[in-house]
Design a binder for this molecule. Structure first.
Ligand code: G6P
Ligand code: ZN
Length: 590
């Protein structure tokens, strides 16, 4: 099943490097600007900073200066964004610099809108998004670059870009008028052209290749199946109606916050228990819907809920992996390998072990999965930060995840084989089900997974926008501590197996990244991990990840916060978090 080839708009590899013809290129002189180093996922700053003279233009030009010319000269690049404030202005700047550097064609989503997974499906380009960070004049903006197979640019490129931002002196800008982004169609300027495209159609085609839409439709159009998708006034608002309603027959009121807004309706478009509280309240209300999902600013994150039940992202990827081969046509010959980010719980490790699949632990950041996918070593992966995906594209994918899980209530067993993961899980559990019998729910599926594999209790505490100085000192203090730590050291009731600051060697290209998170791993498999977020735009966000494995089924129903209390207390005392940051409460708990 070749799902991406039809979408390939990879930059032409033609070696004839022609200068742009028929348009005038202005050479704009500029000076280096400090601080343009990309974080976990692109360059993210306050809008005010991006509006400073040449701030965005410098970075875009530095990017072109970092790429081999044959990667973009006369090639096609995609441009999309999550609809946030400043995207319109930014689109025009990016288009002019792309033309000025010899790009042949820009495909841009209508109104500048295109989700991160959709841009990734199109094999590379620019994404104007600060993902799940709030938008508006006072808030955040961001830019990400995806490379030729659609994966986030690797550090080898982002490091070069940063280097070039420090020595830049000239921006090449095409002297063309602003492009009308509101009308579909092609506009030519000499031998450069811009095509305004429908951001949904190619992505929808990809989804139709991965999933059985008829089957999903037969469920979503049933009146007793209640489904809710919360687009959080972000980019998936543009996708939800065409896909869920028009194509799959869901009722219009199953989409909430479905209109993309420049400030996300004053919201924080991050699908977690804190920021998607509206959805959580609906799902936990008496007689709530059967299935709920939400997606973030740019459409790559997801949260999944059953009625009164939250599926942790770490469990979600493990459950998908455990059932993929049986259940999803795309994986009929079995997943090639599984991977998670280092702080994500070990639930996936247990599935890999049982299925005898290659397994990889990478640093936080989706970009680290790309090489493994390109090398054919990895099919399914996920992160605790509400990302799940597969090698159908090179980004995590919120709608893919929702589609994957929606059909859990389909009752026509004969059709269920080899269709969708959650569908098959339910099909197996409902083998003897007669019409009218109670169906197996999302909660039942997860609990049965725990029975087989054990439960990895997991929680993350975030302390957002701390003073950088204190947060950095805390990390330094922890680094010193782990460098002295010895196996067998006692930490309360826990015995240290090892402690380190995570280093990753990419098995494909041998590149090494260090200082990716401080881990205390105890002999019973429990872990405490400390990191500073790489996606914030102001101050420092401290993340503490806490995990404990529990094989005893009688304890699986426990609330994670209660089960993890001793480890959480230990994490706070070991790190002296309160002394260093002055915080006594996290801002977000997931
Ligand atoms: C983005 C990235 C993810 C990452 C997440 C959290 O969504 O695509 O790969 O896990 O941010 O990153 P952070 O550095 O803020 O913990
Ligand atoms: Zn995102």
């Amino acid at each position: 099943l070749s799902v991406s080839s039809s979408l390939s708009v990879k930059a032409s590899s033609s070696t004839a490097i022609a200068e742009p013809e028929g348009i005038k290129i202005n050479s704009v002189s500029t000076k280096p600007i400090e601080g343009q180093k990309t974080g976990t996922s692109g360059l993210r700053k306050k809008v005010k900073i991006f509006k400073e003279e040449n701030y965005l233009a410098n970075w875009i030009q530095a990017l072109f200066n970092s790429l081999p010319p044959e990667d973009y000269k006369n090639g096609v690049l995609v441009l999309g964004g999550d609809g946030r404030y400043f995207n319109r202005e930014a689109s025009q700047i990016i288009i002019k610099i792309a033309a000025g550097n010899g790009v042949g064609k820009i495909l841009v989503g209508k109104e500048g809108i295109m989700s991160t997974p959709a841009v990734s499906a199109a094999n590379g380009g620019f994404i104007m998004s600060a993902s799940h960070n709030p938008g508006g004049p006072e808030y955040d903006w961001g830019i990400k670059f995806n490379y030729n197979s659609g994966q986030p640019a690797p550090e080898s490129i982002t490091d070069k870009i940063y280097g070039n931002t420090l020595s830049i002196s000239e921006i090449k800008m095409a002297d063309i008028p602003d492009v009308d982004l509101s009308t579909l169609g092609v506009t030519k300027y000499g031998n450069f052209s811009v095509e305004v495209v429908d951001p949904v159609s190619d992505y929808l085609e990809l989804m139709e290749n991965v999933f059985d839409f008829e089957l999903i439709k037969s469920l979503l159009s049933q009146s007793d199946f209640r489904f809710i998708f919360d687009a959080m006034h972000a980019v998936t608002g543009a996708y939800a109606k065409p896909i869920f309603v028009d194509k799959l027959g869901a009722s219009l009121d199953s989409i909430s916050n479905g209109v993309p807004l420049e400030d996300f309706g004053h919201g924080h478009p991050d699908p977690n228990l804190t920021y998607a509280k509206d959805l959580v309240d609906i799902m936990y209300a008496e007689n709530g819907p059967d299935f709920g999902a939400a997606s973030d600013g740019d459409g790559d994150r997801n949260m999944v809920l059953g009625r009164g039940f939250f599926v942790t992202p770490s469990d979600s990827v493990a459950i998908i992996a455990a059932n993929a081969q049986e259940a999803i046509p795309y994986f009929t010959s079995g997943p090639k390998g599984l991977a998670r980010s280092m702080p994500t719980s070990g639930a996936l490790d247990r599935v890999a072990e049982k299925l005898n699949l290659p397994f990889f632990e990478v640093p936080t950041g989706w970009k680290f999965f790309g090489n493994l996918m390109d090398a054919g070593k990895l099919s399914i992966c996920g992160e605790e930060s509400f990302g799940t995906g597969s090698d159908h594209i090179r980004e995590k994918d919120g709608i893919w995840n929702a589609l994957l899980q929606i059909p859990y209530r389909i009752t026509n067993l004969s059709k269920c084989r080899a269709v969708l993961a959650w569908l098959s899980i339910i099909a197996y559990r409902n083998k003897d089900k007669k019409p009218g019998d109670k169906l197996v729910s999302v909660a039942d599926v997860v609990k049965e997974h725990w029975e087989t594999y054990g439960r990895n209790f997991f929680s993350r505490y975030d302390y957002e926008e701390c003073e950088s100085e204190g947060a950095n000192k805390m990390i330094q203090y922890l680094r010193d501590l782990v460098s002295k730590g010895k196996p067998g050291d006692k930490y309360g009731n826990y015995t240290l197996q090892f402690a380190d600051d995570f280093t990753y060697t990419d098995p494909v290209d041998g590149s090494v990244v260090s200082k990716q998170g401080i881990r205390f791993v105890f002999t019973d498999g429990s872990r405490i991990i400390f990191r500073l977020s790489g996606t914030g735009s102001a101050g420092a966000t401290v993340r503490i990840y806490i995990e404990q494995f529990e094989p005893d089924v009688s304890k699986h129903e426990m609330d994670a916060q209660i089960a993890l209390k001793p480890l959480i207390d230990l994490a706070l005392s070991v790190s002296k978090l309160k002394d260093f940051t002055g915080r006594d409460k996290p801002t977000v708990i997931t």
